[in-house]
Design a protein around this ligand. Sequence first.
Ligand SMILES: [Ca+2]
Ligand SMILES: [Ca+2]
Length: 330
Amino acid sequence: MMKRLMLAVGLVLLLVAGAASASVIGVDLSLVPPSDQANRLELTLTASALFITRHDTDYANLAGNVLASLSVNFDPTPLDAEVIGLEFTGGGITLSDLSFTLDYGFLGTLQANGTGIGGTLDTPTPPGVVTGGAFAGSDHVVILNQGTIVSGGTGIIGGMADSLAVDLGTGPIIATTNQWGSLVVSAPTPVGGQAICGVTLSMPLQYDEEIYNQEGVVVSATLSGMIEAHGQFSVSTMPGDADIDGDVDLDDFVLLKQSFGTMDGATWQMGDFTGEGAVDLDDFVLLKQNFGAAAIPEPTTVCLLALGGLAALPRRHWQLRGTDTSGDTC
Ligand SMILES: [Ca+2]
Ligand SMILES: [Ca+2]
């Protein structure tokens, strides 16, 4: 019963993974210190009151982190990791305080201060495609949903603007861009049973919307800049770890079993741990040697015994079993 359950779970995981062999790996990317090139947003506030339009520009430094899920194609020979999908899953970014002063001459001034502004990143329709290290910025958004913009000032204009406030919590600014972003992944560095890859994310931002329109006062904001963040991820290079999650267990065996007998074009995620493009007994022996190399749930002990039995089978016989996905093996 338990073996059937484990097989069902393994097959479900396989279906969820789909035909693609990419592994999904979470990364935590830290924003680099602000400079003229990155993590400094230019914001311009434009306000029309009494049919007069004025604008002012200020700059906000960005800090914080970006959480992302990367879809990674891993190739062990030569050691290479290619990112083919990017999904922002959270993190928190903050903007330094902003101050705008719009001069309306004898009518007075409009003062607007932005404080506590922050938010996060999201991918509305994941995963965003990454090709050759480039991704469409329009697949992703930056949501500024914290903080307020409060207005006041002097003279008639200041009086009109006194009570104007924009709460980003209820009316968030959602910025995106039609430009391309880049996701540069450094060559993997082998460390023990892992390969470490550095990641540099660069994503341009753009925003141009009306944020207030009441009582004859119309305020719009434009925003532009570049988010840049660094981080790293690791992929397991332990032979047998087909799904690259750091252990060799039943899930990996199911992946190998599905592709067993493939003669060429096989990937690590299909069970080719020797790197020659085929999934055969040599790969199975590597998986068997490392089976249970990391913490595994208790029921897999049963499967380990079954694997031992399979290893003893003649190769031809096992190949036949390898094509049978409905069998009662692990
Ligand atoms: Ca694994
Ligand atoms: Ca192989």
